[in-house]
Ligand binder design. Structure first.
Ligand code: ADP
Ligand code: MG
Length: 298
């Protein structure tokens, strides 16, 4: 994880330039060169250490509050697991982070959630851009009714990130990244619906990765899959960090322990406890957390 919140670009440019006495270098001079080298070494250096934060976030449908007063930070390049019994608000919380609930009639939020320090509900926020940067993977794989290749590049096309032959390159690269290339390279133009459930989920992962997100929200991504696909996807998630930040809802406590750095326990409309995964499982401070992680209910 990046150590600290970096300062602004101009502060760091001066800092980097000072020893050589080139602080007043003209445009395109050494200080700009230093900047571009540092950018290449660490593209995240200008960004806050927490990619997403929530501040007093409350979520409700109609008059029914689902969650209240959630203060949480998601460190860049980490995996956070969201656990808790059914109905405790995990999906509602997750879906609010890329504004997937906004269209639900009666949905309301209070407080705020920020992406790189900026409110996701800021009037200037472009919803398409938010969803590009904060992608989502669901419990049931949901390939689009189009070819395997077109599925992978659907978002890339919609966002006009690539076109023509570039799309084939992106499709191959992303399918290789999720380990699906060999299985589908001879049937790129076939329907995805004859793939196994695990392969369909990998295809959806490739599609989500294709647009270069910063964050992936995963809602029980393996609960409809067999154990081998589950193990494969878990390994995949571990490989995606630290380039990406992952937030994963899971009912599989073993999975939460295996894959996540931090865990949040939701119960009865509250974020009851959150912390480093090992602490939460080994030394919970709350009685309900302890009962839940011991498998006493849920
Ligand atoms: P979890 O994912 O932890 O099982 P959810 O976030 O799905 O929990 O649900 C939390 C609460 O919000 C539940 O009481 C559920 O009925 C309610 N809820 C979820 N989605 C909607 C919706 N679209 N409209 C109304 N109520 C909803
Ligand atoms: Mg859910």
């Amino acid at each position: 994880m990046p150590a600290d919140v970096p300062g602004s670009r101009s502060e760091r440019t001066e800092g980097a330039a000072r020893p050589g006495g080139v602080a007043s270098a003209p445009e395109g001079g050494p200080s700009q060169a230093v900047d571009s080298v540092l950018d290449a070494l660490d593209p995240d250096r200008d960004r806050p250490a927490n990619v997403i934060e929530t501040h007093g976030l409350g979520l409700s449908f109609g008059s029914k509050p689902v969650l209240s007063s959630i203060d949480m930070q998601f460190g860049r390049g980490t995996i956070t697991a969201l656990i808790g019994p059914t109905g405790s608000g995990k999906s509602t919380f997750l879906r609010s982070l890329n504004r997937m609930n906004d269209k639900v009639v009666g949905f309301r939020h209070e407080g705020d959630a920020t992406l790189d320090g900026r409110s996701i509900w800021d009037p200037g926020t472009d919803l398409l851009d938010l969803r590009r940067r904060v992608g989502m993977l669901f419990q049931r794989p949901n390939p689009f009714p189009m070819s395997i290749r077109d599925n992978v590049v659907a978002g890339v096309r919609a966002h006009r990130i690539a076109k023509g032959k570039q799309l084939d390159v992106v499709a191959e690269q992303r399918l290789r990244k999720v380990g699906l290339w060999d299985a589908v390279k001879d049937r790129l133009h076939d329907t995805p619906f004859r793939l196994s459930g695990g392969q369909q989920q990998l295809l959806c992962l490739a599609r989500a990765l294709a647009v270069g997100p910063d964050v992936l929200l995963l809602d029980e991504p393996t609960s409809s899959l067999d154990p081998i696909s589950t193990e494969y996807i878990e390994a995949m998630l571990a490989e995606l960090v630290p380039a990406l930040t992952l937030i994963v809802v899971t009912h599989n406590l073993g999975q939460a322990r295996r894959v996540s750095h931090r865990t949040m326990f939701f119960y009865d409309g509250q974020l009851v406890e959150q912390g480093p995964t090992e602490d939460l499982f080994e030394r919970p401070t709350n009685l309900q957390t302890e009962r839940y992680v011991m498998g006493r209910f849920g």
